[in-house]
Write a protein that binds this ligand. Structure first.
Ligand code: ZN
Length: 256
C-alpha cells in the first residue's frame, strides 16, 4: 500500500471522473490520498470529497501564487480546520518563479505566516510549497520554529540538499513527486538518496507533474506507484519496504 501525500482531487481534470480516478488508484495499491486546497474558494469542494471517501483526507491552504488576490485572515480560515477530515494546513509558502520577489515578497510572507500560525496553534502539519525561494523559506521556517515548534512537509521537493538538511534538522518530512523520474533530474535524485527513510513521503501533485512514462499526460494518484518504484531503487530497498515505510511516515506524522 501507498499513500499519495499531495494531490488536487477537486481539480476538474480529476473531479469530473473521480470514481474512475479512485478506482485506478486502488488497482495500483494507493490506499490513501491527501487532497490539497490551494485557494480559499476550493476549501469547500476539497472537504466535500474528503467527506465522501474514507481514504481521502484534506489539507487546506492558499498557494503563494494567490497572494496578490487572496489574503483571508487567521480568523476567517480557522473554523475550517475543525472538520475531522481536515488534517493539514497548506499548501502555502514562497514562489518567486511566477511572481516577482520585489513586489510580491511581503504579500506572500503574510499569507504564509497566517498558515504557519495555524499549524503551530492547531498542531496540524504544514504543507510547504517552495520554488526559487530557498533563503526566504529557510528564514521564515527556522525563525517561526524557534518561536513555537510545528510539523511540516516539504512538498514536491526539488530544492538543494542544503535546504533539505536544514528542514530535516527541524524534524520536517521531504516528499518526492514524479519529478524524480524525469531524465534530467539527477540533482534531485541525489538529494533524495540522502534523505533518511523515516522522513520520506511520496506524492503525485496530480493533476500536475505526471512521472515517466506518463509525462505530459494528466497526472493522477495511481501514478504514485511509478515515483515509489523509482524511489525504492534510488534508496536500494524493496518496493514493499519503501511503500510500508512511507505509509507509516504519513500516518505517524498526521496521527492517523
Ligand atoms: Zn500542489
Amino acid at each position: 500500500m501507498l499513500i499519495d501525500s499531495h494531490c488536487h482531487l477537486d481539480d476538474e481534470r480529476l473531479s469530473l471522473g473521480l470514481e474512475a480516478v479512485l478506482g485506478r488508484a486502488k488497482e495500483n495499491h494507493i490506499t490513501g490520498m491527501l487532497s490539497i486546497a490551494a485557494r480559499f474558494e476550493e476549501f469547500k469542494s476539497v472537504i466535500k470529497i474528503a467527506e465522501k471517501y474514507e481514504n481521502v483526507w484534506a489539507s487546506l491552504g492558499i498557494h503563494p501564487a494567490e497572494a496578490g488576490k487572496e489574503n483571508p485572515s487567521y480568523e476567517t480560515l480557522l473554523p475550517f480546520y475543525g472538520h475531522p477530515k481536515v488534517i493539514g494546513v497548506g499548501e502555502g509558502g514562497f514562489d518567486f518563479y511566477y511572481a516577482d520577489k520585489a513586489t510580491d515578497f511581503e504579500r506572500q510572507r503574510d499569507l504564509f505566516l497566517t498558515q504557519i500560525h495555524l499549524a503551530q496553534d492547531l498542531d496540524k502539519p504544514l504543507v510547504v510549497h517552495t520554488r526559487d525561494a530557498e533563503p526566504e523559506t529557510r528564514d521564515i521556517l527556522q525563525s517561526e520554529f524557534k518561536n513555537k515548534p510545528f510539523k511540516a512537509i516539504m512538498h514536491c521537493y526539488t530544492g538543494t540538499w542544503d535546504l533539505a538538511k536544514d528542514m530535516l534538522d527541524l524534524g520536517f518530512y521531504v516528499s518526492a513527486s514524479g519529478v524524480i523520474t524525469f531524465k534530467k533530474a539527477d540533482d534531485i535524485r541525489d538529494v533524495f538518496s540522502k534523505v533518511p527513510m523515516d522522513r520520506l513521503l511520496v506524492e503525485t501533485d496530480a493533476p500536475y507533474l505526471a512521472p515517466e512514462p506518463y509525462r505530459g499526460k494528466t497526472c493522477e494518484p495511481a501514478y504514485t506507484l511509478e515515483t515509489a518504484r523509482r524511489l525504492a531503487s534510488l534508496k536500494g530497498v524493496s518496493f514493499e519496504d519503501l511503500a510500508d515505510q512511507t505509509t507509516f511516515n504519513f500516518k505517524d506524522l498526521f496521527g492517523l
